[in-house]
Design a protein around this ligand. Structure first.
Ligand code: ADP
Length: 270
């Protein structure tokens, strides 16, 4: 275990007593290290696209009389600035959900609506890889929380399932009851993860294969955003995966009070 950093203050209380006040600074030190790592990672991640854009801008000037080269460099500059924008947006999203800045609204949210919306938003990417998105629902339940954040979380999982799968495969998205909680599972037939990697994928900026992730436009922040969104709704996220076989990411959320009522089920069927 980590060496504990104890901060002790000793106050003499008389000839035979001393009062020792111990203040455990282990957690504060750990948080400080996490913050420092995060800032270092952010700077590093931002430097890559900024550096690329600077080089490309120079190249455009050097090749000003070659329209084909200018077009090629221009297209790459666009890709890099898109990546930069996405990165900045994800850093903002992460800091908001981390600090619980986004209040969990107290509206009842039907889970089927969250899934349908997330699937709709991922459909174009799935089509471009000829991947079928198959929605299976075992019933209708509601959770309490923030609609956009929940859609964002499920969509992130579906996007990953698409990114890390081969063309022509299937991705299943389903909801069911699991020990009194709602389980939303996203299953793919993709490249899978080793046991070691399943333990690390929720860390900020962790990517199994940075080169591949870069091609798919990944930042390594998606799953840590999902983890925080789920935690802010009182839930947790689990992963099952096998290399070469595929993965299942499952979000477990508490059912809202009244969120498993027959009225809700009837409303969902209309
Ligand atoms: P990224 O933006 O790189 O996708 P994430 O935080 O969403 O970042 O995921 C972290 C890493 O976990 C990815 O880079 C990828 O290596 C791995 N990963 C995530 N989802 C899957 C999946 N469905 N199948 C295989 N690997 C995955």
């Amino acid at each position: 275990r980590a060496i504990r950093h104890l901060h002790a203050r000793v106050a003499p209380l008389g000839p035979s007593f001393v009062l020792v006040l111990c203040d455990d600074q282990t957690e504060a030190k750990r948080l400080e290290a996490v913050r420092r790592d995060f800032v270092a990672n952010v700077s590093h991640e931002l430097k890559t696209p900024i550096g690329a854009i600077a080089l490309l801008a120079e190249a455009v000037t050097d090749f000003a009389d070659d329209p084909e080269a200018v077009e090629r460099f221009g297209a790459r500059m666009q890709r890099e600035s898109k990546r930069l924008t996405q990165l900045v947006q994800e850093i903002i999203d992460l800091s908001r959900v981390q600090d619980h800045e986004t209040p969990a609204a107290s509206e009842l949210i039907p889970i089927s609506q969250v899934i349908d919306d997330a699937v709709d938003r991922a459909a174009t990417r799935a089509d471009s890889k000829n991947i079928t998105l198959q929605v299976v629902s075992g019933g209708e339940w509601a959770v309490e929380g923030n609609y956009e954040l929940l859609v964002n979380a499920v969509r992130n999982l579906v996007d990953n399932a698409i990114s890390y799968s081969n063309e022509g495969t299937q991705v299943g998205i389903g909801a069911k009851l699991d020990d009194g909680r709602i389980a939303i599972a996203v299953t793919d037939q993709g490249i899978g993860l080793s046991r070691e990697d399943t333990e690390r994928v929720f860390e900020r900026f962790y990517r199994v294969d940075p080169a591949r992730s870069r091609v798919t436009g990944g930042t390594g922040l998606g799953l840590s955003i999902v983890k925080h969104i789920v935690a802010s709704h009182g839930g947790e996220i689990r992963v099952w995966s096998q290399l070469g076989q595929g993965s299942t990411f499952t979000i477990l959320l508490p059912i809202a009070r009244g969120g498993d009522s027959p009225e809700l089920a009837a409303a969902a069927e209309q």
